[in-house]
Design a protein around this ligand. Structure first.
Ligand code: HEC
Ligand code: HEC
Ligand code: HEC
Ligand code: HEC
Ligand code: HEC
Ligand code: HEC
Ligand code: HEC
Ligand code: HEC
Length: 470
């Protein structure tokens, strides 16, 4: 597709919008004395008058938006505002208020002549017109489907343990909202704005491409940098950004990354040529040697290390991978081998697998068994969850330090694997076991808080994903 779009006088076009003198010439539809007629002809032919109106009016309204777009590869290839925001009159997400801007008459573009339906929401479906492969890969990823996954397994949501505002400003900013219209047919502020990685759109598509490619630059260079992933992949329960940062790979990039070639054309970014140590994208997404670029981040993964019990991705019940872990491990190894020898790489994965096995067998499974014993003996109700300080010890063992230990080992971060990881697992494990054994010995019931703040969240699973209840 990319190759089919011929950029007719794209450079002229850009010059016309960037230089005030030239832009004025285009506005008046009359050539300035020093502007050759031929150039004028090319501009007019290359985009519709409605598309010119978007650019001209918004250049005045929002210079920030215009400027980003003008510096994007899209502007360079003559992809206009209308190509992404264009809508049909009866689309559910059409911006009803926008029709009014064509009635104001406050500038030459504010007239009915330029009126077209537009939508403020631009979904993976919209991008898929020109980027079908990326959209397809993304659509099967855990990113695009995260709302389905978390509603299947998460206690905060299923037991209503946090409020709608806590979810909106926290969980859903990373995971995505279910977009809704309010009673006037405008986007509901309890769901918008949002660019969470698994946003559910009104056209039925899942996700938001601008979680990594921010509008309106849509740059691959940005997506290749770790900060992009780090906006979500950080913090006590999934500190991949901190882990990468402390690894040798991260420290090399911080000391030398300024001189690397971040803007290599899509698919041509080459280990050892354009960069000498990998970022998140380099290991998880970008093409490398014989391994092709992917927009499905579950590729190249051989364990589900975020889960309580580490399992293979094909055995992860809420969203089972369609391939085998061996096939994906081979891909990741091939990425490493662009810069490392076979012996080095295999040994790394032996070390990582060892850490995973020990976490499962020495920490998680015995703790889980003890918790089941408390339930069976009636010492703790199954729905106590966060209201029980003892249950919180169990939760943080797998959800916080247990993840840090495993992920620190996977991505070469010794401080996370040990001090923030296994060391803390030991303390947590000891505290949980002591508390549980005390209850078992004395027959006392575990403490359960009588009151829980802001436990007001809706517990109904979104019907758009799970179907309407009969
Ligand atoms: C005459 C000026 C004018 C023209 C022409 C114009 N816009 Fe707008 N647009 C505005 C103003 C003012 C706003 C902010 C007010 C609003 O949201 O209604 C806006 C808002 C928007 C929004 C945000 C809407 C939302 O609901 O979040 C988008 C997207 C947008 N315009 C895209 C376009 C596109 C695409 C075109 C060309 C088809 C276009 N505009 C043409 C003036 C204009
Ligand atoms: C490559 C596709 C693409 C092009 C081209 C494009 N946009 Fe957007 N625009 C988006 C996306 C994606 C968003 C974020 C909305 C979302 O997450 O669905 C957005 C958001 C917006 C918003 C609302 C954001 C805000 O901060 O208020 C406005 C207004 C807007 N675009 C105007 C424009 C204008 C004007 C142009 C042309 C100069 C343009 N867009 C070109 C994809 C595009
Ligand atoms: C009408 C077609 C069209 C639509 C719609 C479109 N794109 Fe593009 N996009 C292109 C073309 C053509 C290029 C290649 C430009 C070039 O190579 O100079 C491109 C390039 C890109 C790039 C690579 C930029 C770089 O730095 O090399 C990204 C990322 C991208 N698009 C993301 C998106 C996203 C996200 C959306 C939806 C919000 C979108 N595009 C919608 C046509 C489109
Ligand atoms: C800062 C962004 C962010 C916030 C805020 C956030 N999450 Fe997450 N969440 C993530 C990331 C990133 C992962 C992936 C961790 C991994 O795979 O290592 C994740 C993983 C999960 C998982 C595990 C999914 C699986 O595949 O096993 C669940 C469940 C979850 N989050 C629910 C929530 C809920 C509910 C909230 C709010 C109470 C929340 N998250 C808040 C970013 C966030
Ligand atoms: C999780 C982050 C992330 C999300 C979400 C994302 N991308 Fe990308 N995208 C990347 C990275 C990283 C690259 C750079 C690959 C490389 O190094 O060549 C990229 C590259 C691209 C390119 C350049 C061509 C290519 O495939 O390398 C296009 C086009 C593109 N993305 C479109 C999209 C579209 C469309 C969506 C939504 C369906 C999307 N992206 C969502 C991270 C993301
Ligand atoms: C807007 C937030 C957000 C951004 C940005 C983001 N992610 Fe994620 N990522 C998530 C969430 C949420 C999950 C958990 C999905 C689930 O399991 O439900 C996740 C999961 C993952 C997984 C785990 C897949 C698996 O099968 O367990 C990988 C790997 C990943 N992301 C890599 C990346 C990379 C690389 C980038 C940057 C190029 C990135 N992510 C950017 C939110 C984000
Ligand atoms: C040197 C390559 C490399 C770099 C750089 C890297 N990762 Fe990883 N990542 C891995 C490996 C290897 C694994 C374990 C894969 C497996 O399960 O076999 C992993 C696992 C993950 C997981 C999966 C955890 C889970 O749910 O099981 C996430 C999420 C993730 N990485 C995100 C990131 C993010 C975000 C960054 C950047 C801040 C990053 N990675 C940087 C190699 C890398
Ligand atoms: C773009 C090149 C590149 C890629 C790809 C890459 N690495 Fe590295 N890696 C390096 C460099 C450079 C060093 C620093 C070597 C040194 O210590 O002298 C390094 C260091 C390491 C170290 C040593 C860490 C320490 O603290 O001593 C390990 C282990 C490692 N890499 C494993 C991997 C694995 C596993 C992969 C694939 C998942 C991978 N690397 C991918 C370039 C790369």
């Amino acid at each position: 597709m990319r190759k089919m779009i011929i950029c007719l006088g794209a450079a002229m076009l850009l010059a016309a919008f960037l230089a005030p003198g030239l832009a004025m010439a285009a506005e008046k539809q009359a050539p300035a004395p020093n502007l050759p007629l031929q150039k004028e002809f090319r501009i007019v032919r290359s985009m519709s008058k409605q598309a010119v109106a978007c650019i001209q009016c918004h250049k005045a309204e929002n210079p920030g938006i215009f400027n980003d777009w003008a510096h994007s590869r899209h502007a360079n290839a003559n992809i206009t505002c209308l190509d992404c925001h264009g809508a049909q009159e009866n689309d559910p997400d059409v911006a009803k208020n926008h029709y009014k801007v064509y009635e104001k008459g406050n500038n030459q573009w504010a007239t009915a002549e330029y009126r077209v339906p537009i939508s403020g929401v631009v979904t993976p479906k919209d991008c898929s017109r020109c980027h079908p492969d990326e959209a397809k890969q993304y659509s099967v990823s855990k990113h695009a489907n995260t709302l389905e996954i978390i509603w299947k397994i998460d206690p905060w949501l299923n037991y209503g343990l946090n409020s709608d505002f806590e979810r909106l400003n926290g969980c859903f900013t990373c995971h995505g909202t279910v977009l809704k219209l309010d009673k006037d047919g405008n986007l509901d502020p309890m769901t918008w704005p949002n660019v969470g990685v698994g946003r559910l759109n009104l056209d039925g598509s899942r996700g938001s491409c601008s979680s990594c490619h921010t509008r309106h630059l849509f740059s691959v260079a940005e997506a290749r940098k770790p900060d992009t992933c780090g906006q979500c992949h950080l913090g006590p329960d999934h500190p991949q950004w901190e882990i990468w940062n402390e690894s040798k790979h991260g420290s090399i990039m911080r000391s030398q990354g300024d001189s690397w070639n971040w803007t290599a054309a899509p698919g041509t970014w080459t280990a050892g040529v354009d960069y000498r140590s990998p970022t998140c994208a380099a290991c998880h997404m970008s093409g490398s040697g014989s391994v092709l670029t992917t927009h499905d981040v579950t590729e190249r993964i051989s364990w589900e290390m975020q889960a309580p019990l580490t399992v293979r991705p094909e055995n992860f019940k809420p969203w089972p991978a369609k391939t085998t872990w061996q096939a994906e491990r081979k891909k990741m190894e091939a990425v490493c081998k662009q810069c490392h020898s076979e012996v080095w790489v295999k040994a790394h994965f032996t070390q990582m697998d060892g850490a995973v096995k020990e976490y499962n067998e020495i920490y998680f499974l015995p703790a889980k068994k003890k918790l089941e014993e408390l339930y069976a003996k009636g010492l703790l109700p199954r729905d106590a969850l966060f209201k029980s300080p003892l249950w919180v010890e169990y939760y943080e063992l797998w959800h916080h330090e247990g993840r840090r230990a495993r992920m620190g080992a996977a991505m070469m971060a010794p401080d996370y694997a040990w001090w923030h990881g296994f060391y803390e697992c030991k303390l947590r494990f000891a505290a949980f076991m002591e508390g549980a054994n005390h209850l078992i010995k004395t027959g006392e019931k575990g403490y359960v808080a009588p009151y829980w703040p802001a436990g007001t969240g809706n517990t109904t699973k979104p019907w758009q994903i799970f179907g309407k209840k009969k």
